[in-house]
Design a protein around this ligand. Structure first.
Ligand SMILES: [Zn+2]
Ligand SMILES: [Zn+2]
Ligand SMILES: [Zn+2]
Length: 403
């Protein structure tokens, strides 16, 4: 058993403890002009989003930006987009030409050039094949997570032993792509937490001497997790609904845990090789399979699927306000992506993956805002079939068409 002090680090934020003051502040942070989050939506539903004023049919109830998002691995064969904001970069032919000419020689600095229609493309400074729409997206991605996750130039530009982290990251990516690519998103978020903890630790100790960094490290990691805290779930392997054809529940759950464990072991090896020397105690608090499993579970249950650029780009993202909305088989809002992605001033960060919740009918002041977790086809199914699809979310729908 670890003592209170030994646990420290991100372990502390991995639990589901919710202190009243924290939740109140957090929910206030999610308020928008027309909607607010309430901690008790009634009917045992937990949190919910409510209208603060009348919202007329066709109007936007609220907009939401992802805390973290990614393009699905398989979709990279259909669409070339900025790895951070998902802006379209060009055709696949443009991409091959760009990576071909910029390939191999990039090391230690990012390169930028114009492609196709004339938009600038910036390549990852680590030399992997990730590309960005501008230097700002490249820099933010690199600083916040990608420096820990970059797998470097593809075969040919790599010398064995240069960076063992590359080897582990490639294995990690291959494993994710052959099992569940949501592991990649969990890794991105995990890297953000680790980078933030280490950054604050470094800044804290250089400013105020050794031992003083832990407070700010904790507050920084906490603020990171603030945005997603309300969506925090039990580890993936323990919350997934048992498929009907599975008889041995323990066996099923331990297989899922093993899968997550294999994924996490590769990620851990990659991160460890890149974060330099940390004490055994720090290592213990940085690397927790339960935290990783909770992130996977949270993304599996709360993420919104992203479809952009005429459906060519498919991705997934965690949207804080959207994740607070309860389901109804007769929803009063529907989520849409920004139609005009050219909007916004140069330098303004505006992800293409921003969503708008449009009112499907007039919504009264104080009425709960609901969306459907099921797609249009699924909503046509019989009540019991719908309930069955909703099992993974851990509730029985009590909307007016279900009761
Ligand atoms: Zn971008
Ligand atoms: Zn890279
Ligand atoms: Zn229902």
């Amino acid at each position: 058993m670890a003592t209170e002090e030994e646990r420290g680090g991100i372990e502390e934020y991995g639990g589901v403890k919710e202190d009243g003051e924290f939740v109140r502040r957090h929910l206030e942070g999610l308020e928008r002009e027309h909607v607010e989050v309430r901690s008790n939506a009634g009917d045992g539903k937990g949190k919910g989003v409510f209208a603060r004023s009348i919202i007329e049919q066709g109007y936007v109830a609220f907009e939401d930006e992802p805390v973290i998002s990614m393009q699905h691995s398989a979709s990279k064969e259909a669409s070339w987009a900025c790895d951070r904001c998902m802006k379209r970069l060009g055709s696949l032919g443009d991409r091959d030409a760009f990576l071909g000419t910029a390939g191999g020689r990039v090391s230690g600095s990012s390169s930028s050039s114009r492609v196709g229609s004339g938009s600038a493309v910036v390549r990852c400074r680590g030399g992997c094949s990730e590309c960005y729409c501008c230097t700002s997206c490249e820099t933010v991605a690199w600083r916040h997570y990608h420096h820990l996750l970059c797998c470097g130039p593809l075969a040919g530009g790599d010398r064995e032993g240069d960076d063992p982290g590359r080897h582990y990251m490639r294995e990690f990516n291959d494993h994710a792509d052959s099992t569940n690519d949501i592991f990649r998103l969990a890794a991105r978020f995990y890297a953000m937490i680790v980078a933030s903890l280490l950054k604050d630790k470094g800044e804290g100790s250089s400013k105020t001497g050794s031992g003083a960094g832990s407070d700010s490290a904790e507050s920084s990691a906490a603020s990171f997790l603030d945005a997603i805290r309300c969506g925090w779930k039990a580890p993936w392997w323990s919350q997934v609904a048992l498929p009907h054809d599975v008889e041995d529940e323990d066996e099923f759950r331990s297989q899922l845990k093993e899968l997550a464990g294999d994924s996490f072991a590769l990620l851990r090896a990659a991160l460890k090789s890149r974060i330099g020397n940390v004490s055994e105690r720090e290592e213990g608090s940085l690397f927790s399979l339960d935290v990783y499993g909770s992130l996977v579970g949270m993304f599996e249950l709360n993420n919104l699927e992203i479809f952009l650029h005429n459906g060519e780009l498919e991705g997934t993202g965690f949207y804080p306000l959207h994740s607070m909305m309860n389901h109804s088989c007769e929803p009063n809002v529907s989520m849409f992506y920004e139609a005009d992605e050219e909007e916004g001033e140069e330098g303004d960060y505006s992800p293409c993956s921003k969503v708008y919740a449009y009112a499907l009918r007039d919504i009264e002041e104080g009425e709960e805002i609901t969306c459907s977790y099921l797609d249009a086809e699924q909503l046509e199914l019989e009540t019991e079939e719908r309930q069955d699809l909703l099992r993974d979310y851990g509730f029985r729908c009590t909307c007016s068409s279900c009761t």
